[in-house]
Unconditional design. Structure first.
Length: 113
């Protein structure tokens, strides 16, 4: 496949504040697989690449360094997919989460430039 950017995976994972183990559990792989992919020691299978893209709601092209635009054309970002039901019902939590998302977006922008 070639050109998978393990650092982008690490940055995306860290932006959500989740561990390699938690991501591995969500993707149904071993945490050592995520570790090796992030270090560039291994590339994900096509199936895993698609799972990663879907999990983070980014394009496969972004993960393969074909674009710096993480969001696929025509695919809207669905924040509610990442939130638990109790957070969705708590306005104060949503405000804090919104501020955190702004901070994450700023960090991503700086990292990409």
């Amino acid at each position: 496949m070639g050109n998978f950017n393990g650092q982008k995976l690490k940055m995306l994972r860290n932006s959500l504040g989740i561990s390699q183990k938690k991501l591995a559990d969500q993707l149904n792989v071993r945490h050592t697989t995520i570790s090796r992919i992030e270090k560039g020691e291994r590339e994900p299978s096509l199936q895993l690449l698609n799972l990663i893209a879907d999990f983070f709601n980014v394009s496969v092209d972004y993960l393969l360094d074909r674009t710096n635009d993480p969001f696929p054309k025509g695919k809207e970002f669905n924040l509610s997919a990442y939130l638990s039901a109790d957070v969705l019902q708590t306005p104060e939590e949503l405000k804090r989460l919104g501020q955190r998302l702004i901070e994450i977006a700023e960090k991503l922008e700086k990292a990409l430039n």
